[in-house]
Design a protein around this ligand. Structure first.
Ligand code: GLV
Length: 319
């Protein structure tokens, strides 16, 4: 029997699955585990099931000890994990791709609609108690039909967002490290462009690339200036891909028309300048937040953990 530490609350089904084979020590309080408590708890663990709010670095891996075999992130993004530090210590790192693709693409499309149709503004107006009535020019937004969606990062979530946008009548362009499978590209009618070209032609730019040194502030002042003044930016990937101060200034100055964000550069803090603006929709990192998706993510993390502890290759290894 191995010792599994779970760093935050996850659906019961996953805990039960782990508990059927191993000793499980799970943090169950609603607030996040503090760093000191986390370092204390992981000591002697064979497996750590981590949430994206916990930093898994060399210090934590050393606090766990040399018996640690696997870190199973309950997220597809793994910028919270120092993967080279895991590899150096012979620790397998895993994530949860696939199971959250549709839920996250739904939120991306939701943000596209909210931003372009000014739904947040309308909701805030009603709740403010201000008088309003239907008017020919009241809260006019921008239509999607015939417009171009630029997808930055054409992995599973980017493709799923493109499929939704196509159903709304949008044309698809994308920027990605690799060329799409020709069948999928033909199906979506998607053209691959450089980032500069994509920014210049897109009416909505949606970010779906992983976060790392190569994508830090991928969208900054220069890129925002390259976008159309009528365009919108949507980010459901990771906050620091966007220079938030530059975004706030571009939104304030009308360099772009609007934005929809689910993630933040210094999460959970939101740049105060964004809070002042009407032309940005702000969601609290809800990309994968459905009961079904979170359950599937936790079950995949449990499967990853059980596989490594059982001496097998996990279903979703990172390293
Ligand atoms: C959520 O942000 C994830 O990476 O799974």
């Amino acid at each position: 029997m191995s010792r599994v530490v779970v760093t935050g609350r996850v659906p019961d089904a996953a805990i039960e699955k782990l508990r059927a084979e191993h000793e499980v020590n799970a943090w169950t309080a609603p607030e996040s585990i503090g760093r000191e408590e986390l370092l204390r708890r992981v000591a002697g663990a064979d497996a750590v099931v981590s949430l994206l709010t916990e930093r898994i670095d060399g210090e934590l891996l050393d606090a766990a000890g040399p018996q640690l075999k696997v870190v199973a992130n309950v997220a597809v993004g793994y910028d919270n994990i120092d993967v080279p530090a895991c590899t150096q210590r012979g620790v397998v790192a895993t994530n949860t791709p696939g199971v959250l693709t549709d839920a996250t693409a739904d939120i991306a499309m939701g943000l596209v609609l909210m931003a372009t149709r000014r739904l947040g503004e309308g909701e805030r107006l009603i709740r403010s108690g201000q008088a309003w009535k239907w008017g020919m020019f009241f809260l006019l937004g921008s239509s999607l039909q015939g417009k171009t969606l630029g997808v930055v990062g054409m992995g599973g979530i980017g493709q799923a967002t493109a499929r939704r946008a196509k159903a709304f009548g949008m044309e698809i362009v994308y920027q990605s490290r690799s060329e799409l499978d020709p069948g999928i590209a033909a199906d979506l009618g998607a053209r691959r462009l450089d980032l500069d070209e994509l920014l210049a032609v897109s009416d909505v730019v949606s970010l779906h690339c992983p976060y790392g040194p190569a994508t830090h502030h991928l969208i900054g002042a220069e890129q925002l200036t390259a976008m159309k003044s009528s365009a919108y930016l949507v980010n459901t990937a990771r906050g620091p891909i966007v220079d938030e101060a530059a975004l706030a200034s571009a939104l304030r100055e009308g360099q772009i028309a609007g934005a929809g964000l689910d993630v933040y550069e210094h999460e959970p803090r939101v740049h105060p300048a964004l809070l002042e603006l009407e032309n940005v929709v702000l969601l609290p990192h809800l990309g994968s937040a459905t009961v079904e998706t979170r359950t599937a993510m936790a079950m995949l993390a449990a499967d990853n953990t059980l596989a490594v502890l059982g001496g097998a290759r996990p279903p979703a290894p990172i390293n």
